[in-house]
Structures are given as C-alpha cells and as structure tokens.
Write a new protein. Sequence first.
Length: 334
Amino acid sequence: MSDIATLALPTIPVLDTGAQFPLATLEAEPDRAQALLDAATRGVPRAALAQLDRISRRWLAKHANAHLGEIDAIAGRIARPGAYFLSVNYEWGCTCGVKPSPDQASARLVRVLDWRTRGLGRHVIAARVAGSAGPFVALTWPGYTGVLQAMAKGRFAAALNQAPMRKLAGGLYPLDWAANRARVWRMPHPTAAHLLREVFETAPDFAAARQMLIERPIAAPAIYSLAGLAPRELCVIERLESKSHVIDGEAAATNHWQAGDWRGHARGFDSPGRRIVMREQVSAEFDAGLGWLEPPILNARTRLVMIADARQGRLMAQGYESDGAATAVLDLAA
C-alpha cells in the first residue's frame, strides 16, 4: 500500500477507561458499536437473534457469570438483539507467536486475528484500562466484555486463539459442532475471554498470569499465548476445560493442537501452514510496513494485526478487512 493510501486510512481510537471498560467504550463509541452489530448480524433474522440472546443469557445466569450484570447494562444501552450472543460467541481463527525481541532484550507477542465477521478490523479500538494490578491496553470493540488480546506495561502481553473442535459425534462437522455447544451449556466456568480479562485485571507478573491460564477452569477449550518481560518469559498454553499442555520458550500457535494425544477439527485457513510460517519466518520487529504479513497468515478473514512488547510498553496494531488494511497503523506507548 502506498504512503498516500496509508495516510488516508482512519485511525484506531484510543480511549482511557476505568475498570468497567466494556460499558465505557460503548458509551464513547455508540455509532461504532451499532455499525459493528449491523455487520455481525447481517442476514440473521431478528427473531433468531433474539432467541440466541435468550439462550446465551440463560447460560450466563445458570452459572452465575461474573459479568452478567455488565452485559445486561450493555444490552440495555444497545437496545437491540445481539449483545448476549456476541458476548459468548467463539468462532474465529488466529495466528500468534511469542518470541524474543530482535536485540534479545525483551519478550514480544505477535498476533493476527482472523474472523468471518466483517467490520471487526474497521471498528477496532484501543482501550487503556485501569486494572487493579495495573493498567493495560486491550484491542477490543465497544461493549465487548472479554479480552482477546492486550498488553500490560511492566507485566506481560497475551492473546487468545480458538482451539480445535472436539470430535464428539463421529467426526461429522455439523454434528460435532452441535455436540460441542451442548457440552458448553453444561460447563459452570467462565469463557476463555473472560478468564483472560481477569488475568489482565489481577495478575501482577508473567509467572502469576501463566499459573492462572494453566490452572483456572474454562467453559470450552482455548489456546493462550503469553509473553512476559525477559526474553525467556514466553509460552503457549493449550487448554481443555480443566487440563493444560504448556509449550515454554519461543513458540507459535494457530488453531490446531500441538499436544500429541489431543484431537479435534482445526480452525481457520491452513492452520498448520500458518503456524510454520509464524514460527520460522516472522520476525518480532516493530515494522510499520508489516512486511512479514503474507499468505497464509494474511487471508480474507484477517481482521487485526498486533505486535506488543510489555517491557517497552509498546504496542503496534492495524485493522484489516477482506480487501486489505482498514485502519492506519497505531503505534502506542502504554
């Protein structure tokens, strides 16, 4: 993309919030939230979306989800179906790498988020949140109550990938999808994104974050990537609801298991290929040109790119849509 075209792209808004950042971001960016809901629910009948909301809220209430009151308030402000369902929706693919910085002085997280929903790249925001263990910057969307990727200066950076889907019904994808949804209904644990939010809110350092992500139960399988301050503070944590497989040191994660005895449907486009390219070819440079962002990591569902260094307190990000870059590059010192 030319320099002129890049300059013409909209900037990613940076919002300073208190601990209740989902409601604060919604209040600050209501038009952005409505536009994103328009894109996310296009083609879904209002009655069907209302039913999905009812099911999602019943699940949250059934297990006394800590964020239900917050989601209720957000649903009231939005005043349309979708808030509950989108708060627990979990349908994306991602590519992450945890690597030392090129000068070996710190740890870095490289993150690419892929999602079918249009508008996520165009409407992404950076929320500077006042957490109890210290501030952190989350790349998020107005009214979203979880954390998918964030950086806490002086503590760590982390991101969440969707895990493979279990083969619970003979390996037939539609039946396996339904069986996995039924399994989640029975799980009395927080979502993976809500756990990551709690980690950023409460964990004082890499070691505490690593322990929480390994030990705390979650409602459905997930993959976490975590980078601390020192170049050795790197890990990928593959998670079942109450079981973990940890890869310490420089690593990459996409949407298939690296644990040898775990099985499931890989998610996203060419998950093995994306992991190999991230592990072997991508540098953790703060490169505003994102010269490494090529297929298969870059694909039609790429919505967000992030590079974060918690020691430096620096985060670089850019939103994407199916036709290319959707925002200018944000280079933020937390």
